[in-house]
Design a protein around this ligand. Structure first.
Ligand code: NAP
Length: 330
C-alpha cells in the first residue's frame, strides 16, 4: 500500500455552498498525512470546538452507522445513535419522532430511506432545529444514472441535501467489500456459488471502514468539506469473479462464480425472500454497471486519500481480515 496518496486526479465536485470557502481542498494543509480521524482528537483547534454538540447518526445499527458511532465517540464527539432499534428512536415512516432526535444536534449522518420523499421534510426539520451540517451516504456516480429507476431514493435524498441552506457533504460509495460477509453476497458465498449478472465489469469495491473513516473526518472537520461530493472507491477495480476467487483462496473453501442473466437473477433474489421491487432494483444496478453508468470506466478515485491522507484499504486486506473471523467457513 502506498504511504502517501498521489495528487488527486479526480476532483471532488463542490456545490454552491462552497462559494465562499477556500478552494484549497479538504484541509490537508493542517493535517499530517496518514493520521487517522481518531488521532485528530488531540488537536486543540476548531474541530474540537465545533463537535461539542452531538452528532445524530441515522442508521446507527447498520453497516456504516455502527462503525461511525464508535469512531465519533473515540474522537470525543458526543453521539446520538438513532434508528428504529437504537437508543434514540428514529423511523423514516414516523416523522412525529424526528424533532426529538434532531433537538440540539450540530450535524447529522444520513442513511437515506429506500423511498422518495422523506429526506426533504427531514432536512426542513433539521434546518428548523438549528442543525448546522448534513453528511449523506449515497452511491457512486449518482448523477450518471440517467433515466433508470435505480437509486431514485438516493438521488432524491441528494437533491434534498443539496437544496438545503445547511452545510452538506455527500459521500457516494462504490459497492462495499462487506457486502460479501454482511449483506447480499454472503449467503451465496456460503452456498459455494456466487451467481450474478455481472459479466466481467470491474468494480473498485470500497471497505466500509474507509467509508466510516471518511464520514467521521467530514463530520468532525466540517469547514473543509462543505459543499463537496466525494466519489469513494477502493484502490483497484476487480471483477466479481475475481472477488469470489480471492475469498475462496483465503478461506480455503471452493466458491464458484456463475454468470446468470438479469432475469434469472431477479427470480433468484425473489426466491431468496426479497420483494419483487428490491429484486428489480438490485438487478438494475448490475444492468447499469454493465452499461458503464455507475462507475463510468470503473476507475478507482483518489477521494479516500484526498480526505484521509492515506490510500484506501485493499480488497485483499478486507479478505484476510474477514477470513480470520471464520465467517466464510461451512
Ligand atoms: N451496500 C452497498 O454496497 C452500498 C454502496 C453505496 C451506497 N449504499 C447505500 O447505503 C445505504 C445503506 O447504508 P448501510 O449499509 O449503512 O445500512 P444497512 O446496513 O443497510 O442498515 C440499514 C440501517 O437503517 C435502519 N433503518 C431501516 N429501516 C429504517 C426506518 N424505516 N427508519 C429508520 N431507520 C431505518 C436500520 O436500523 P433499524 O433496523 O434499527 O431501524 C439500519 O441501521 C443505502 O441507502 C444504500 O443504497 C450501499
Amino acid at each position: 500500500m502506498r504511504k502517501m496518496p498521489n495528487p488527486p486526479t479526480h476532483q471532488p465536485s463542490r456545490g454552491s455552498a462552497t462559494a465562499s470557502l477556500p478552494t484549497t481542498q479538504i484541509g490537508r494543509k493542517d493535517r499530517d498525512p496518514g493520521r487517522s480521524p481518531v488521532e485528530l482528537s488531540g488537536s486543540p483547534d476548531v474541530e474540537s470546538i465545533v463537535t461539542q454538540e452531538p452528532v445524530l447518526v441515522l442508521g446507527a445499527t447498520g453497516k456504516t452507522g455502527r462503525r461511525i458511532v464508535p469512531r465519533l465517540r473515540l474522537h470525543g464527539t458526543p453521539v446520538r445513535a438513532a434508528s428504529r432499534t437504537s437508543p434514540t428512536p428514529f423511523d423514516w415512516s414516523a416523522p412525529v419522532g424526528w424533532d426529538a432526535a434532531l433537538h440540539g444536534v450540530a450535524a447529522v449522518y444520513i442513511v437515506p430511506p429506500s423511498a422518495v420523499g422523506p429526506v426533504h421534510e427531514f432536512v426542513a426539520r433539521a434546518e428548523a432545529a438549528g442543525v448546522q451540517r448534513l453528511v449523506l451516504l449515497s452511491g457512486r456516480g449518482a448523477d450518471t444514472w440517467g433515466d433508470t429507476s435505480f437509486g431514485l431514493d438516493m438521488r432524491d435524498a441528494e437533491a434534498a441535501v443539496r437544496d438545503s441552506a445547511l452545510q452538506w457533504t455527500i459521500l457516494r460509495a462504490n459497492n462495499f467489500n462487506q457486502n460479501f460477509n454482511e449483506d447480499i453476497f454472503y449467503a451465496p458465498l456460503l452456498s459455494g456459488e456466487l451467481a450474478l449478472p455481472a459479466d466481467d465489469v470491474p468494480e473498485p469495491f470500497i471497505d466500509i471502514d474507509d467509508v466510516a473513516d471518511v464520514a467521521t473526518t467530514v463530520l468532525t472537520d466540517p469547514a473543509h468539506h462543505a459543499g463537496v461530493t466525494y466519489e469513494l472507491s477502493g484502490p483497484r477495480a476487480i471483477t466479481f469473479e475475481e472477488a469470489a476467487e480471492l475469498i475462496s483462496r483465503a478461506c480455503g473453501q471452493p466458491i464458484a462464480y456463475k454468470q446468470v442473466s438479469p432475469e434469472e437473477y431477479t427470480v433468484m433474489l425473489v426466491e431468496r425472500g426479497l420483494s419483487v421491487d428490491i429484486a428489480h432494483d438490485i438487478t438494475e444496478m448490475f444492468v447499469m454497471m454493465g452499461r458503464g453508468l455507475i462507475t463510468g470506466t470503473a476507475a478507482a478515485t483518489d477521494d479516500v486519500a484526498a480526505v484521509l491522507g492515506r490510500s484506501p484499504r485493499t480488497f485483499e486486506d478486507y479478505v484476510v481480515r474477514t477470513a480470520a473471523k471464520g465467517v466464510w467457513q461451512r
